[in-house]
Every structure is written in structure tokens, then in C-alpha cells.
Design a protein around this ligand. Sequence first.
Ligand code: FES
Ligand code: FES
Length: 150
Amino acid sequence: MKKLNVNGKTVNFDGDEDTPLLWALREQLGLTGTKYGCGIAACGACTVHIDGAAVRSCVYPVGVVEDGEVITTIEGLSKEGDHPVQQAWAELDIPQCGYCQPGMMMAVSALLAENPEATDEDIDAQITNICRCGTFARVRKGIHLAKTKL
Ligand code: FES
Ligand code: FES
């Protein structure tokens, strides 16, 4: 039995600890905001935070999460959906189909927590999430707008 701290709650995971965190979140805990895209850490649809750092949960075994580490999913990013990144995303109407956007917002919020002055070069280096709808230009605008709301 593995204890996980997810979005401020302690939950028990009783499956195989080799299970990718993504499936523990989606299937055991019903937190379906985190998406499955590629399964090979390439697209970022499954991005969550562990102790504030962006992690691709499709390749992150549950057993690797250490006791006391805090997991945050898109459902726990803010209480009222009003994190600066969420506000910017709503204001600029960034999502198209929306599928990649929870992972995109988790990656961006981790970047801005670490680097509130992120430049285009920082964005290029660290936001490598893939959007099949091609929202990249709006995402970039959203990141710069979110910086003004931090
Ligand atoms: S589903 Fe995890 S990176 Fe694509
Ligand atoms: S908004 Fe459709 S995949 Fe990104």
C-alpha cells in the first residue's frame, strides 16, 4: 500500500507500484483532467507537479514518488480555477480542442513558479508540450500574460 498526497489529500494506492502515476491518477482516483497522449514522455499531455516540478506522469512509476512528496494535478492547481495561468488561458481563449491544455497549463505554471520572468528562449527550452491543434502562438501569449498576473 502506497500513500500518495494528491491535491492536498492523502490517498492510498494499492496497485502495482510500477504503474505509471498517470493511471493511478486517472483510474484509481478519477482525476481525469490529466490526459494520456503518447505514453513515452514526448507530448506532455500527462504533466503534473511533484513538489512543484513538472513531471510527465505517463512514465513516472507510482513507486518512485517518495513519502511526503506533494502531487498536484490540474484539478488542484487552484481552488477556484483562478491561478494566473488559468486566468490568462481564459482571457485569451487559448484552447482549441483542449486535450493538451491541462498538461500545457501544468508545465507553464511550473515554469513560472521557478522563473517568473521567463523569456521566449526559456519558453522554447522548457515548454516542449505538443498541441495537435497548433495553439503554440496563443500559448506563448498566454505565458506572457500570466507573468503580469503573478
Ligand atoms: S502522455 Fe505523457 S508525455 Fe505524452
Ligand atoms: S488544443 Fe487541441 S491538442 Fe492542443
